[in-house]
Write a protein that binds this ligand. Structure first.
Ligand code: ATP
Length: 287
């Protein structure tokens, strides 16, 4: 079995009386992408805070690459890259200067800022001040900054939220490239489609607890209903919609009735989305 990059063991955090993360446990294997999904206030950021050593758990323990995060925060931080939603770049400095400053802080030798900028598609803008960058460019620079120390674990918080399609795709490709290099990715998001596309496994977090954790495929097999959706022409010529659930004892008869008694115009099958399954498991949506 691959070594565990992240082990969360009974992690708990509360702000005053409010329990934000309620004794959660999970592992992430080296080279795995875990999508960590939940609505606003579910406890995602608090969990990342505990995993990255910014928040000290009130109970439980986080272990990264075999190191206890609370006991060896600096050794852990040298091995991880963190990219949070809020841009905290030096606006008056150029892209290259921002990256070089970070490389200095990490003590990275022979740092090639230009090569890293190229990976995020910013090589032609590296000498421009960050103040003039678009939101997507800043986000790409933040992701580049998280890669400066060639981390073995990457924590990304909503990395593509609100970005134009080109920037979002550049970031998704970069995540997959890092995975191919063996990097572990902890991806916090409420974009279910993105999580489905990128993640090896997804965890659903709701009210500080993990409601489900499995591969998207297994979650769909277990909870999702596959459907056939058809449009039929009614007697008056109008189109009407029909839905038939697959994988039940009535499916075959219902399909036969559809084809023998109705005039089918279009037909396609549809898998349940992670969003549907999230609602089924937690009783609430992500919005
Ligand atoms: P979002 O998607 O909105 O970032 P989240 O899933 O990351 O949400 P957290 O930010 O971890 O959720 O918040 C979990 C709970 O803890 C929420 O009820 C939130 O209001 C509360 N909380 C978070 N930070 C603080 C704080 N500094 N002080 C008090 N309560 C907080």
């Amino acid at each position: 079995m691959a070594q565990q990059a992240i082990v969360a063991d009974n992690l708990m955090y509360r702000y005053g009386q409010l329990v934000a993360v309620d004794h959660i446990s999970f592992n992430v294997a080296e080279g795995e992408i875990l999508g960590f999904l939940g609505p606003n206030g579910a406890g995602k950021t608090t969990t990342v805070g505990m995993l990255t050593g910014q928040l000290r758990p009130k109970a439980g323990k986080a272990t990264l690459l075999g190191m206890d995060v609370a006991r060896q925060p600096e050794a852990v931080q040298a091995q991880i890259g963190v990219c949070f939603e809020i841009a905290n770049l030096y606006e008056q400095m150029t892209g290259i200067e921002n990256l070089k400053l970070f490389a200095q802080l990490f003590g990275v030798k022979n740092f090639d800022a230009q090569a890293l900028l190229q990976r995020v598609g910013l090589d032609s803008r590296g000498k421009d001040r960050v103040a003039g960058y678009s939101k997507g460019m800043k986000q790409r620079l933040m992701v580049a900054r998280a890669l400066v120390n060639q981390p073995r674990i990457l924590f990304l918080d909503e990395p593509t939220e609100g970005l134009d399609p080109v920037s979002a795709e550049a970031i998704r490709n970069l995540i997959l490239e890092e995975k191919r290099r063996g990097v572990t990715v902890f991806l916090t998001t409420h974009d279910m489609l993105e999580a489905d596309k990128l993640s090896d496994r997804v965890a659903f977090i709701n009210q500080g607890e993990i409601a489900a954790l499995d591969t998207p495929h297994n979650l769909k097999q277990r909870y999702g209903k596959r459907m056939v959706k058809a449009q039929v022409a009614a007697a008056d010529g109008q189109l009407e919609n029909r839905e038939i659930t697959l994988d039940t004892t009535e499916t075959a008869a219902a399909l036969q009735t559809l084809f023998s008694q109705e005039q089918v115009v279009t037909i396609h099958s549809e898998e349940a989305s992670l969003e549907d399954i999230f609602i089924q498991v937690t009783g609430r949506g992500l919005a």
